[in-house]
Design a protein around this ligand. Structure first.
Ligand code: FPP
Ligand code: MG
Length: 502
């Protein structure tokens, strides 16, 4: 039905007007201005009629398009003054040193403690996750909550909540699109997000029991006030944002439960890895169970666009893992030295395995705030660039920090046969790395040789410089959002990624 409407005259008018506006200079002429206005009207009508959100060329269209241009990773140079190893510990000192990197205008900004700004919303998360994962099986409860017992960084839920606050004061989309998204948040019955979508789920006693189990567990969650918006400094986190943050953490942790089995991990978050304690079968069951509960919670947000976006993260994660397994070896003849396409492959994998979840949960957070398209797109571009920077630093830390600091073994990527950015850059300087990469460091002494060549090259500094470029793009995307303490906090989280040590 929606498809039929989209192909009608309204949709054609919208598409034509958008194309017209996209040509850029038209915006400065009277006719161009008229076209911009018409495009916006057509777009609004089209979206309202079809429920489909087409990209709108607004004033931020060109800025966003600029931020989406690829970065030429293979030619990134190391600045002279950058130490290869970051020694910063706390987020505030990380912010100070990272601020020096991006310029003095950062100093004039108010320092906001991101965790303080979202307040109790983040501190309840471990407790809420336990409720969402209540299974009725003590063993399954223990295994699925095992990684939550360690102090995780909770960076993904933090970003979702800060993005909720930052977009709560941004421009709103016209027209109601789902039961739990509206301009008038006081009119929404948020308890729906803990009730089943389908009436038929009660049609047999087993389903009824499971449903009751979840309803009972979630009913009294969140300090006994589960369905109220959290308002601080005039910025709002809705109950739906909080649930999205929980879903994001469940998807992330589920992927780690699988990943640790695949990677034969020894430790995680300072604990023995899940499968070391409970075995492979339990680890996989717990990961699948967590994904199932995350999917149920996602459906109960009752927003088809958010469901689709977050579901696409799951296939991105698997796609990223496949690309990582395949690595460069199958890409035709062995390369003499890594070219831009080798870096492109690595960065695409990096987006899929790490960037996608961060980018799409930020996008979904903006959608749940009922934001306009340019705000939603800015949230996505922010998360995408931050996510890639985050993984680049992860790949760098694998060569620089101690296992005790990192909470997981270092040097793990080489042992797994992976050529990450530090290796690709080192390979540009030391061509003898080529055969080692091709055989995935499986020869005797390969791992040690590769490790030494990375440290003897500018690989670590150049990786950090590449991460810095993505970080700067993330900060530029934030400029599209209205100024607020949440936007400042997002900026600070972004800066601290560059100097993190765990
Ligand atoms: C950690 O990478 C792993 C990921 C970011 C994604 C793993 C994804 C899957 C296993 C696909 C299946 C997904 C789901 C949702 C079931 P890493 O090994 O580089 O990092 P690490 O050092 O923390 O282990
Ligand atoms: Mg791993």
């Amino acid at each position: 039905m929606a498809e039929k409407i989209r192909k009608g005259p309204l949709a054609q008018l919208g598409a034509m007007a958008r194309e017209f506006v996209r040509r850029g200079p038209a915006e400065t002429r009277p006719l161009g201005k008229f076209a911009v206005g018409s495009a916006k009207v057509a777009h609004l009508l089209e979206s309202a009629a079809t429920g489909v959100r087409a990209p709108l060329p607004g004033p931020q269209f060109h800025a966003i398009a600029q931020l989406k241009r690829p970065i030429s990773a293979s030619t990134v140079q190391a600045p002279e003054d950058l130490p290869a190893k970051a020694a910063t510990r706390s987020w505030s000192s990380a912010v100070d040193s990272a601020s020096e990197v991006v310029g003095s205008d950062q100093q004039s900004k108010r320092l906001v403690d991101p965790k303080e700004l979202v307040g109790s919303e983040l501190s309840f998360i471990t407790d809420n996750l336990a409720r969402l994962l209540e299974s009725g099986h003590p063993m399954l409860n223990t295994v699925s909550q095992y990684y939550f017992s360690a102090s995780g960084k909770h960076i993904r839920p933090l970003l979702v909540m800060l993005m909720a606050q930052a977009t709560s004061i941004a421009t709103k989309r016209q027209g109601r699109t789902s039961m739990l998204v509206d301009s008038d948040v006081d009119q929404i019955d948020y308890s729906l997000m803990d009730r089943s979508v389908s009436q038929n789920i009660h049609s047999d006693s087993e389903s009824q029991r499971i449903n009751q189990l979840i309803e009972n567990a979630t009913k009294n969650g969140h300090g006994g006030r589960p369905y109220a918006p959290h308002v601080k400094e005039g910025l709002t986190i809705l109950p739906t944002h909080r649930r999205l943050a929980e879903i994001t953490e469940m998807i992330h942790t589920s992927s780690l439960l699988h990943d640790d089995v695949i990677d034969h991990a020894e430790t995680r978050r300072g604990l023995p890895a899940i499968q070391k304690t409970f075995g492979n079968r339990m680890a996989i069951f717990a990961g699948d169970f967590m994904l199932a509960r995350a999917s149920m919670a996602l459906a109960r947000l009752r927003d088809p666009e958010v469901i689709e976006i977050m579901a696409s993260v799951l296939s991105d994660l698997v796609d990223g893992e496949f690309k990582q397994l395949k690595n460069l070896e199958d890409e035709g003849a062995p390369m003499a030295q890594p070219d831009e396409s080798a870096f492109g492959y690595y960065l695409e994998k990096t987006y899929l395995k790490t960037g996608s979840l961060i980018a799409k949960s930020c996008r979904s957070s903006a959608i749940l705030s009922n934001s306009t398209d340019d705000i939603v797109e800015a949230a996505y571009v922010y998360g995408r660039n931050l996510g890639i920077a985050f993984q680049l630093i992860d790949d760098l830390l694998d060569f620089t920090v101690s296992s005790a600091e990192f909470g997981k073994p270092v040097g793990a990527d080489l042992k797994l046969g992976l050529a990450t950015a530090p290796v690709l850059y080192a390979w540009q300087e030391h061509s003898q790395l080529g055969p080692l990469v091709a055989r995935k460091f499986a020869g005797g002494g390969d791992v040690a040789t590769a490790w030494d060549l990375v440290h003897a090259s500018q690989g670590l500094q150049r990786t950090k410089q590449l991460a810095r470029q993505y970080m700067e793009r993330a900060i530029e995307a934030l400029a599209i959002l209205p100024a607020s303490s949440a936007r400042d906090a997002l900026e600070q989280v972004t800066l601290s990624v560059l100097t993190r040590t765990k």
